[in-house]
Design a protein around this ligand. Structure first.
Ligand code: G4P
Length: 534
C-alpha cells in the first residue's frame, strides 16, 4: 500500500512515471458517480461529499442542449478529473454511460492506460459493463474490478467471482473480501496488507484495523458476530484455494483482474482501490504510431486528440479538444504542430483538470490530459507534436449502423447546415456522408440517441431545424483499393456511393446481400467497416 516510503519513492521517479490515467467503466446505476466522488475524497482532492454531482448539475444548467441528457438521465459528455495522493497523479477520464455512445467511449478508452470496472454486487455483469469490457480487451487494457454495494443484499462473493470470471473469460484474484454482505456487512479483509478493516459502530466507517498472519487468525474475531466472521473466513479460504494469486505481468496484459469488494457509498474499500491503482496500475505506456513507437520518456512533446467538445456556452462556438499527452513535457504557450493542417498552433490557454484548487499548473507530461480551446482547428484523431509528423494508431471510425437523410425545414439554410454538420462530424458526434448523386447529406450514427443530440444541437446552437428521412441503405463501408478501380466502381454504382468528410469513398449498401455481392464482384476492392483516423 501507499505509505510514506511510497511517496518518497514516488518523488524519485520521472514525472510521467507518477501518472495513472484511467477510466471507470460500468452499467448505469452501478455506482460510478459515487465511486468517482469517493476516490476524490480518499485522495484528499475534495473534502465534502456531493462535489461530483454538484459539478454535474452546474455544468448541465449552463448548457441547453444537454436538456436531452437531463430528460434521459444519462451522461452524454466525458470529462477529466485530475487528483493527487502521495506523489501519484491520477487522471480519471469519465466515459459516457450509455450504449448509444460507444464510439465516444471507445475513443476515451483509447486515451487511458487502465480501467476500473464497477459491478453491482446484487447484479453481477450487466450488458453495458460487458460491452465496455470488450473494448478494454481489444486494447489489452489492464482492469481493476470493484464489486460495489456490498452493504446491500448481494450475491454470494464466490458465486459473483465465478459469474464475472466465466462471463468475461477473465481470471480474477481477490485483494479485499467482504465480512458479511447486506445487513450483515461488518467490514473488509484487506488480503494484500493482511489486516481486517472494521467499523466500530454498525454501518459506520471502517476505522478499526486488526492485523493477521493467515485469514484463519480472524476466526472468532472480537466485535463481529461469530457466524459472520467465520463465514467470511471460510469463503475467503475457499476462494484463495482455487483462484490464481496476483501476478503483475498477467494483470498488465489484461488477463487477470484484481478484485476489490466494497461499498462506494460507505467509503469501504475505496482507499484500497486507490492504493492498488497507485501501486500496480501502469504508468503511461509507449504508444504505437505509424512507423514507430513513441516512448513516454522522449523529450519532445506528442499527443493526440481523443475528444472534441463544443463549448458549454452556445453563444460562443469555441470548442475544447481533449489531448492525451504521450511524450515530452508540455508547457503553457508552447507551439505544437498539427500534421493534418500542416500548421503550428500556439497553445496559449490550455486547460488542466485538477479537481482541487491549485496554483496555476503550467506543465503537463505523458499520461496527462490537457484541454485546448480552439475554433475548429482540431479534430478527433489529430496528432500534435513538436514538429515531427506522427500518426498515432487506435482511433478508428466505425462504419455507422444507422443512416438517415437530413432534410432542412428552411431551405434557405443550406450553407449553415453544411457548416454545422462539418462541426458535428469533427467533434465526432455523427459521421457525415455526401452521396454522389443527391445534394441532401446523410448522417451515420452508431446509436439512435446521437440523432436526437444532433437535431437538438443543430437547432439550439446553429439555428438550423432539421428533419430526418429514412434511407434505403442498411450499412456503409469505406471503399479501399487502387484509385482507378475505386472510380470505376463509383461510376457503376452512382446511386449508392458517397464521400465522407475527408472525401474518402463510401459504399452505401441496400442490404447485406447486395454488399456480399459487391465484395464478390469487385475482388480488387475492399469494403471496410473500420477506418483509422488521421
Ligand atoms: P452511476 O453513476 O453508475 O449511474 O451510479 P451512481 O453513483 O449515481 O449510483 C446509483 C445509485 O446507487 C445511487 O442511489 C447511489 O447512492 C447508490 N449507490 C452507489 N454506491 C452504493 C453503495 O456502495 N451502496 C449502496 N447501498 N448504494 C450505492 P440513488 O438513490 O439512485 O441516488 P441518490 O439519490 O442516492 O444520489
Amino acid at each position: 500500500m501507499l505509505d510514506e516510503t511510497h511517496s518518497t519513492a514516488a518523488a524519485t521517479l520521472p514525472d510521467f512515471a507518477r501518472r495513472r490515467t484511467f477510466a471507470i467503466i460500468s452499467h448505469p446505476d452501478a455506482g460510478k458517480t459515487t465511486l468517482t466522488e469517493k476516490l476524490l475524497l480518499a485522495s484528499g482532492a475534495i473534502r465534502m461529499a456531493g462535489h461530483v454531482k454538484a459539478r454535474g448539475e452546474r455544468r448541465r444548467t449552463r448548457s441547453d442542449w444537454m436538456e436531452i441528457e437531463q430528460q434521459r438521465g444519462i451522461s452524454v459528455t466525458s470529462s477529466v478529473m485530475t487528483f493527487e495522493r502521495d506523489g501519484i497523479v491520477f487522471n480519471l477520464l469519465d466515459t459516457p454511460g450509455h450504449s448509444d455512445f460507444s464510439e465516444d467511449t471507445y475513443r476515451t478508452l483509447s486515451a487511458v492506460d487502465a480501467a476500473v470496472m464497477v459491478i453491482d454486487a446484487a447484479k453481477g455483469i450487466e450488458s453495458q459493463t460487458r460491452k465496455l469490457f470488450e473494448v478494454c480487451r481489444l486494447r489489452d487494457i489492464p482492469i481493476f474490478t470493484f464489486v460495489n454495494k456490498v452493504d446491500r443484499e448481494s450475491l454470494d462473493p464466490i458465486a459473483l467471482m465465478d459469474e464475472v470470471s466465466s462471463t468475461l473469460a477473465l481470471d480474477l484474484t481477490p485483494l479485499t473480501w467482504p465480512i458479511g454482505m447486506g445487513v450483515d456487512f461488518r467490514g473488509l479483509i484487506d488480503i494484500a496488507n493482511k489486516r481486517a478493516l472494521l467499523a466500530t459502530e454498525r454501518g459506520g466507517p471502517l476505522v478499526r484495523e486488526v492485523p493477521f498472519e493467515t485469514p484463519e487468525d480472524l476466526i472468532d474475531l472480537e466485535g463481529v458476530e461469530e457466524r459472520i466472521i467465520n463465514e467470511a473466513v471460510e469463503s475467503l479460504t475457499l476462494a484463495l484455494g482455487v483462484l490464481p494469486p496476483f501476478e503483475l505481468a498477467s494483470f498488465r496484459e489484461g488477463h487477470l483482474s484484481p478484485v476489490y469488494f466494497g461499498s462506494a457509498l460507505k467509503e469501504a474499500g475505496v482507499a484500497e482501490l486507490l492504493f492498488g491503482l497507485a501501486d500496480v496500475g501502469p504508468s503511461p505506456l509507449p504508444r504505437s504510431a505509424r512507423g514507430r513507437t513513441v516512448e513516454p520518456a522522449e523529450d519532445l512533446v506528442s499527443g493526440f486528440v481523443f475528444k472534441v467538445q463544443a463549448n458549454m456556452d452556445p453563444n460562443h462556438r469555441d470548442r475544447v479538444a481533449f489531448v492525451r499527452l504521450c511524450s515530452g513535457r508540455f508547457k503553457r504557450g508552447m507551439k505544437l504542430f498539427n500534421p493534418r493542417e500542416k500548421r503550428q498552433m500556439a497553445i496559449a490557454n490550455p486547460i488542466f483538470f485538477f479537481a482541487q484548487e491549485r496554483e496555476t499548473v503550467d506543465e503537463a507530461v505523458a499520461g496527462d490530459i490537457i484541454g485546448i480551446p480552439n475554433h475548429g482547428m482540431l479534430r478527433v484523431g489529430d496528432t500534435l507534436s513538436e514538429g515531427e509528423t506522427i500518426r498515432f494508431e487506435g482511433l478508428p471510425d466505425f462504419a455507422p449502423e444507422i443512416l438517415r437523410r437530413v432534410l432542412l425545414s428552411d431551405p434557405m439554410k443550406a450553407k449553415q447546415l453544411q457548416k454545422a454538420l462539418q462541426d458535428m462530424a469533427e467533434e465526432g458526434v455523427v459521421q457525415v456522408i455526401k452521396p454522389i448523386s443527391d445534394p441532401a447529406p446523410i448522417v451515420g450514427v452508431v446509436g439512435t440517441l446521437q440523432l436526437d443530440v444532433l437535431a437538438a444541437r443543430l437547432e439550439k446552437e446553429y439555428g438550423v431545424p432539421i428533419r430526418y428521412e429514412a434511407v434505403s441503405f442498411v450499412t456503409a463501408r469505406w471503399i479501399v483499393g487502387e484509385r482507378t478501380e475505386v472510380e470505376r466502381f463509383m461510376e457503376a454504382n452512382r446511386s449508392s456511393t458517397a464521400r465522407d468528410r475527408d472525401e474518402a469513398p463510401v459504399y452505401l449498401a441496400r442490404s447485406q446481400w447486395v454488399l456480399d455481392r459487391a465484395i464478390e464482384e469487385w475482388p480488387k476492392l475492399k469494403f471496410v467497416a473500420v477506418k483509422e483516423r488521421g
